[in-house]
Design a protein around this ligand. Structure first.
Ligand SMILES: [Cu+2]
Length: 129
């Protein structure tokens, strides 16, 4: 039944948001939380090409951001992405908001939260299928 399915999905999502460890390798969406102590959790993640990562701003106090655009992070030079990959940038993510990105090119993505540089950084390794 449709209603049951919606309920199960809601349960799964709330579990993911409240600290269950995301498991890379699942076909589904992998959650990364942005926390009050200005961290990406987890800050090291391995996924497979085609998977989507969803960032959730779990911090009730601060806007955060997700960017691996080397041009935007010119000052620190931390943001990096594989050759040929298109840079992503979430824009401003207010408390409680979410933003997703699907990874279609393998390689190492070193991304940042621009307002909280140089401390708020993380890595995603995207493995070929
Ligand atoms: Cu931040």
């Amino acid at each position: 039944m449709k209603l049951t399915r919606v309920f199960v999905i809601a349960l799964l999502l709330s579990g993911a948001v409240h600290g269950q460890k995301p498991t890379a390798g699942d076909a589904g969406v992998v959650i990364v939380r942005m926390t009050m102590d200005k961290q990406f959790v987890p800050n090291q993640l391995t996924i497979t090409v085609g998977q989507t990562v969803q960032w959730v701003n779990d911090d009730p106090l601060h806007n955060h951001n997700v960017s691996d655009d080397p041009d935007i992070d010119e000052e620190h030079g931390i943001a990096r992405l594989p050759k040929g990959a298109k840079a992503f940038d979430s824009g401003v993510l207010p408390p409680g908001s979410r933003w997703s990105h699907r990874f279609t090119l393998p390689g190492r993505y070193h991304y940042v939260c621009i307002p909280h540089l140089p401390g708020m950084v993380a890595d995603i390794i995207v493995k070929p299928q």
